[in-house]
Design a binder for this molecule. Structure first.
Ligand SMILES: [Mg+2]
Length: 278
């Protein structure tokens, strides 16, 4: 696969040009985890063993390698969706194997408990000031938020993570104030705040036409939803474990989802924003 073109002297890949440069961007919706924040890096390595463990304990469980493959594929394709929906899948998969499933809300609670332990050191480091927020931001995040802000673009954040957690983490990283349009996350066991709804609400509240909104994310879910709504879609293919490098699997999924532009991170923010504004 290769892009339509790469902006000269940059790593900014332009895949589709139809929606670019037609009108000025007025609003942008950023995904949070993996797009701006690296605090939850490695969540897959918490969710995968938990699901494999629970499925492995059911009466009609497959062999472990097969379960691991199944779970990895599911997590791949559900990245960017709300946790509660991922846990609904788990509950269904436990039942389908003859297990006594708990509710999706119970599973979500257990997952968040395990994830909390995994990310506790990062949160504490930020709170106590011995971890620099920049080390847990996708490179160039501040620059891209500032560059869009200076063009008058209203920034929103939409995440599948629970709202109070997204708010707290955005504050710890020093980016919360950039999102004048609000920070929208999930709400406990409810499935009511999807990225799709956030995107639709911004369109209707501000009377936007397609390319006046840009959706920015590292998950194919938000890119597909942005694309369906006619928004400009910017894919961020950062390798969360090695920021600065490209995660090739992410990149391929973002291309397949229909991203207009793909960047490895935001270090070329000014060039990117200038290009987006023609
Ligand atoms: Mg993400």
């Amino acid at each position: 696969m290769s892009a339509a073109f790469v902006l000269a002297g940059t790593r900014i890949e332009v895949w589709r040009t139809e929606r670019l440069g037609r009108v000025s961007l007025r609003h942008a919706v950023f995904d949070f985890d993996g797009t701006i924040s690296l605090i939850r890096e490695g969540w897959q390595s918490v969710m995968t063993p938990m699901m494999v463990e629970l499925l492995g304990a059911t009466p009609r469980a497959e062999e472990k390698p097969r379960l691991e493959r199944l779970v990895r594929d599911f997590i791949d394709e559900s990245t960017g969706r709300m946790t509660i929906l991922q846990m609904e899948w788990l509950a269904g998969a436990v039942s389908a194997r003859g297990g006594a499933a708990r509710t999706a809300a119970d599973y979500k609670q257990e997952y968040l408990r395990r994830l909390g332990a995994h990310i506790a050191a990062r949160i504490t480091g930020l709170q106590q000031g011995y971890t620099s927020p920049d080390s847990l931001l996708v490179p160039g995040s501040r620059e891209v938020l500032a560059a869009l802000g200076s063009r008058g673009v209203v920034l929103h954040c939409a995440s599948g993570t629970d709202t109070p957690d997204v708010r707290r983490e955005a504050e710890l990283l020093g980016v919360a104030a950039s999102f004048a349009g609000g920070i929208h996350g999930a709400d406990g066991a409810s499935r009511s705040c999807s990225k799709k709804q956030v995107i639709q609400r911004i369109f209707s509240e501000h009377g936007l036409s397609g390319p006046e909104l840009m959706v920015v994310g590292d998950g194919y879910v938000e890119i597909e939803e942005g694309r369906a709504a006619g928004a400009v879609c910017l894919g961020v293919a950062t390798d969360e474990a090695a920021p600065g490098r490209v995660d090739e699997r992410k990149r391929e999924r973002l291309v397949a989802a229909g991203a207009d532009v793909i960047v490895p991170d935001f270090r070329e923010a000014q060039i990117l924003v200038d290009y987006l504004f023609g």
